[in-house]
Design a protein around this ligand. Structure first.
Ligand SMILES: Cc1cc2nc3c(=O)[nH]c(=O)nc-3n(C[C@H](O)[C@H](O)[C@H](O)COP(=O)(O)OP(=O)(O)OC[C@H]3O[C@@H](n4cnc5c(N)ncnc54)[C@H](O)[C@@H]3O)c2cc1C
Length: 461
């Protein structure tokens, strides 16, 4: 590795900003969502074009420096940054160009969901996207991309038409069903292993701009009944119903009645994007279940629904996340989950039960690198707390919760929802056949594993 101690590193033929330790803005640029991550790249290269990305990769390879790729900085394992290497920062690539006639969006590789949703909603269009607006489109889409619209529109990756990719050897290529289809297949669930996506072309759909959404919140002792009611309702619900069940701590905000504030609670998140006049009839089994502590549901802008969880997910907390897919949630699983989920160590921690089915389950299993499309539920255990001194207790509780539910899991995991849980966990999420194909594709496009600071798929051979 090049010794950069005395020389200021500089990438030639680079139009973006280059920040080294000590520069103004360097510390802000290297920070990521998860406050546990404190890494110092030798250089943060904020790219403004695909050519910048190619120049940065070529320079790092010639300097024998490892590379990380920063999209929106939200992966909890902190793979956007690394110690002592080059951070290829895509936050200079944030353009969104919407073609309302064709119902497509061209999206820069460092764009956030807040930026993309704002641009598409100007035309009453949207694509399935992240539930917190600060999350990057890049990492989320490459990990398949789960969001409130997925039962109606599939994952984000199911709406990917084309990607502009800078490869490990510096080529700028297009991947689509007709150009480099193997690469295109791998990008839809295989993460950042195959190249740097500088532009995503996504298919859009009419959504809102006013949808029917919000949250009904119940006291913790009603948790099992609330979850069973949601489980039974969603089994036959139309595709336009999105949402989930969230075990949280009631926040100290005006709409929450004073006595409930700061207490464990269970929320039913509602996201209906069908005709507004049908919302109350379709959602009646959820809307009439109760009594809730409060019900904040009704017509709202889609962009507000997409920001509804922003305040509950502040930047810079300590984070330990894990997840599992489930075929069913029998009563025994519900009874096991609820006592643990309603006794969080930190009031910021959440357990979110996301329903599957609908459009995601209709895409053939082998159509994309992402699999496990028949799972009925995806449970995301997120623990968050401010003080590193509390890490042990929080992590232990989250692990105990996930372990207690293991008897009902499918064995696969949604990689976007976990931190660093080792290579086995990554590989098992794809299954043997897909993993073998991904490794072959990796060997074609990145035989030296240049893109390895991620949920890594090593090249075959
Ligand atoms: C608050 C919060 C809410 C979330 N909500 C959801 C959700 O609703 N649905 C969901 O599916 N996931 C969700 N996630 C998980 C999220 O999708 C992943 O953490 C994802 O990796 C974040 O993408 P990013 O670009 O912000 O991350 P980064 O940390 O910047 O990137 C993670 C990795 O992705 C790769 N990468 C990113 N961009 C590119 C690119 N353009 N080209 C090539 N590789 C790239 C790189 O390997 C990088 O190391 C959430 C995460 C957080 C923190």
């Amino acid at each position: 590795m090049t010794d950069l101690t005395d020389v200021r590193p500089t990438i030639p033929d680079f139009s973006g900003q280059q920040l080294a330790p000590g520069d103004d803005g360097y510390d802000r640029s290297r920070s990521v969502f998860n406050g546990m991550i404190d890494r110092s790249p030798s250089l943060i290269a904020t790219c403004r074009s695909a050519k910048d990305v190619a120049a940065a990769i070529a320079w790092a390879r010639a300097s024998d420096l490892p590379i990380s790729v920063y999209g929106g900085g939200h992966s909890v394992q902190g793979s956007a940054v690394l110690d002592g290497g080059l951070c290829v920062d895509l936050r200079g690539l944030r353009d969104v160009v919407v073609d309302p006639e064709a119902a497509t969006a061209q999206v820069g590789g460092g764009c956030t969901w807040g930026e993309l949703d704002a641009a598409t909603q100007e035309h009453g269009l949207a694509v399935t996207g992240g539930r917190v607006s600060t999350t990057g489109v890049g990492g989320l889409a490459l990990g398949s991309g789960s969001g409130w619209l997925e039962r109606r529109l599939g994952f984000t990756c199911d709406n990917l038409i084309e990607a502009q990719v800078v490869t490990a050897d510096g080529q700028i290529v297009t991947a689509s069903e007709t150009e480099h289809p193997d690469l295109f297949w791998a990008l839809r669930g295989g993460g950042g292993n195959f190249g740097v996506v500088t532009r995503f072309t996504l298919r859009l759909h009419p959504v809102g701009p006013i949808v029917f959404g919000g949250m009904l919140m119940y006291p913790a002792p009603m948790g099992a009944d609330v979850l069973r009611n949601f489980r039974d309702f969603i089994a036959d619900a139309p595709d336009e119903v999105g949402g989930g069940v969230a075990f949280i701590t009631a926040p100290p905000i005006e709409m929450v009645p004073e006595p409930a504030r700061g207490k464990p609670a269970v929320g039913v998140i509602v996201a209906w994007t069908g005709p507004l006049e049908q919302a109350e009839a379709v959602l009646a089994p959820l809307l009439t279940f109760g009594p809730p502590v409060f019900a904040h549901v009704g017509p709202m802008p889609y962009v507000a629904l997409q920001r509804m969880l922003d305040d509950a997910n502040p930047h810079g907390m300590q984070n330990y996340w894990t997840a599992d897919f489930f075929d069913e949630l029998p009563d025994e699983a519900v009874e096991t989950l609820v006592p643990l989920a309603t006794a969080p160590v930190s009031p910021l921690s959440q357990v979110i039960i996301v329903p599957g089915g609908g459009a995601i389950a209709r895409v053939p299993e082998d159509a994309t690198a992402f699999g496990e499309r028949q799972a009925r539920f995806n449970i995301h255990y997120l623990s968050m707390w401010p003080d590193p001194a509390d890490s042990e207790a929080n992590i232990a509780h989250t692990r105990a919760l996930a372990a207690a539910l293991k008897p009902w899991t499918t064995g696969a995991v949604y990689l976007n929802f976990i931190g660093d849980e080792g290579q086995d966990r990554i590989e098992s999420s794809f299954g043997e056949t897909k993993l073998a194909r991904l490794r072959e594709i990796k060997a074609t496009w990145d035989p030296d594993n240049v893109f390895r600071h991620n949920q890594n798929i090593p090249p075959a051979g």
